[in-house]
Write a protein that binds this ligand. Sequence first.
Ligand code: SAM
Ligand code: SF4
Length: 329
Amino acid sequence: MLLDTYGRVATDLRVSLTDRCNLRCTYCMPEEGLAWLARPDVLTDDEIVRLVRIAVTELGVTDVRFTGGEPLVRPGVTGIVERCAALVPRPRLSLTTNGIGLGRTAAGLRAAGLDRVNVSLDTLRPEVFRTLTRRDRHADVLAGLAAAAAAGLAPVKVNAVLMRGVNDTEAPDLLRWALDEGYELRFIEQMPLDAQHGWQRAGMVTAEEILAALRTRFDLVPEGGTARGSAPAERWVVDGGPGRVGVIASVTRPFCRACDRTRLTADGQVRNCLFAREESDLRGALRAGASDAQLAELWRTAMRGKKAGSGLDDPEFLQPDRPMSAIGG
Ligand code: SAM
Ligand code: SF4
């Protein structure tokens, strides 16, 4: 298994299928995009499936989430999902997407074995969407969400990031809409992972502010009562249920002690944390002919070095060299 020196076991693998994207969300990428990875450096479909197989059969990974960049711009995504769904033991398979490609792919992905999707949508207003993502694709995302629900990729989750002065007044409207549509909404605090290094703590809309805004219109009760012990609540029962809302306080209330994640970038680097400044190269070893056992050992070693926390509160905190889109968010 993937055990670190703090006793945490990673069972949840995030696989970035590409660093490219068809949107330019301001909290993620600059308008002109980024210097994309060179094609030969990106893992092939076969290489991805092999590394996922090693993670699942040798390292105890039970959940695999495909992300990016925008995973649906990778032509082979459905085939990768299908081959991962055929692994024994079969991992739970999910995908984080901006939703634009779902109208075209949702049914095929479901048939291939995808279990769930998270769709990122930060606003209900097309003109705000255009400002935030620098593309006029709001209607495509809504169509993608509907296609995901129709294909049975349930429950469809929606991720929203609020930005001050842009969409921060929309929290209650987003929740009303998600409850009506049957989507499960989660707000995520904006993190210092943008390529432009423009994040500022003071400018960030905090979980506390989001909850206060939601409470102006909804009754929220922490899910599971006190069952989470000292952990801050992340999910709330809305108006007595069955609706829920998530508020992920990645910055103001990080919960690194319970982290169960390991990450694989599109160019085959293992990262033990979103905020790690080191990566471990699996692609080089893989292409040099390493055995499954050798690759598994490199992966174990990479995870053993995981730090206790993200370091966000450390005055010396340095943003990782790669932005979110290249790490795989
Ligand atoms: N392109 C896909 C999407 O947008 O869902 C998958 C990759 S994206 C990097 C994954 C998630 O990270 C999205 O929900 C996005 O909103 C979120 N994200 C990107 N930059 C972020 C930041 N600086 N802080 C918090 N979340 C961020
Ligand atoms: Fe693309 Fe997702 Fe980043 Fe937006 S958040 S630019 S959709 S990778």
